[in-house]
Ligand binder design. Sequence first.
Ligand SMILES: Cc1ncc(COP(=O)(O)O)c(C=O)c1O
Length: 430
Amino acid sequence: MAGNKDTSWIERSFDVFPGGSLGEFNLPKELSTVLSHGKGSRIYDVFGREYIDYSLAWGSAILGHAHPKIAEAVTRQVEKAFNFSYVTEQALELAEEVRRVIPCAEKVRFAASGTEATMYAIKLAKASTGRNKILKFEGSYHGAHDYGVMSLFPQRLVEFPLAQPTSAGTSQAISQEVLIAPFNDLEKTTHIIERHRDQLGGVIVEPLQRCTPPEEGFLEGLRELTRERGIPLIFDEVVTGFRLAYGGAQEYYGVTPDLAAFGKAMGGGFPIGAFCGKADIMALCTEANLGSENYVWVASSGGGNPVSMAASLATLQALRKPGTYERLHELGNTLREGLRQILRDQGITAQVIGDGPIGQAIFTEEKVVDYRSVFRSDRAKGRRFMLGLFEKGIFLNPLGTKLYISLAHTDNDIHAFLERSREVLETMEA
Ligand SMILES: Cc1ncc(COP(=O)(O)O)c(C=O)c1O
């Protein structure tokens, strides 16, 4: 990093934005910055400092920043039109591609964000069963709506399946309608589903929960459990979609849900959301059914806008190239293995979790399998590590979220990350 800091930028930012951020990017004021531009794996701030980006707009910029093919496609599109909120050639082409590669996708709709996509998927599941409760897993995130923030970061560990909103302003009625289960615990989940099966309208899961991989048989078991009881299973693929494999977690883990939601990487950095699934469930949002009891209202002014569609088509075209996913996994493995080695060398107890091009260090002795194992870890140490890296020019979200790697990251970028990790860990007190 280089450059002098004119603090008036930071003052302006804290003056107009709560916490000086766009949301959930909790940097202390002395580390806060204002960004200017990005290229590939690098981003630059208004002070002329360069960072290696391990946040990637929370995983959206999977090809890196300002990718020339995306820029070209978007530039071509903006000269034609920005938005119609109606079917375009680009939306059609993208929906057909989604249907071609995503195992559960018989029908597709677009939205403007991952939050919107999971919200619609949840409504469709409930409408298709006529039942109102939704089961989600403790510590999972499905967007900022009332369902998505239920028991997201609970600070009190209560009995399952009790739900606690992580955000104020959340409907109390929805707290009553959400059942919380422990990720990777099929036995407890089965018990909860059995007890509530007559009211349960759907189960939503992040196939890779935050950064915690599913244990062998967990997703398969969940699939069997829900199928046998006629409960729609929703995969929230906002993070895993087009990232773990081109066909998402469904392809990667070999488990097909009834519905799925996408966002982030699919747009290559442009705002996007998509939800898809079984034709009979998706048919519930056909406008001709307006007025019927199980009609689901779907309307997104920004959903399917041709600029995001063009960006997504260019992104997917690049991702389809042979070797893409081998490379993304190789980069992720190198980062995770390298970090494990450094921690071992320094005698620091930690677990490095993740899969594909994502990873995270959790400072704990125990195997990380769910929210509670993360909750019991030394989270203050985790934050100190992240802030230490940020100070050394690694751009990341110190909220304790995952590190994202793009296709633009080089072996040297991973090497630089590991070297800086070594330096930070060396200077950190136990
Ligand atoms: C698994 C998951 N689902 C949904 C969302 C919400 O997506 P968006 O921020 O595009 O609304 C996120 C965002 O981080 C996510 O990680």
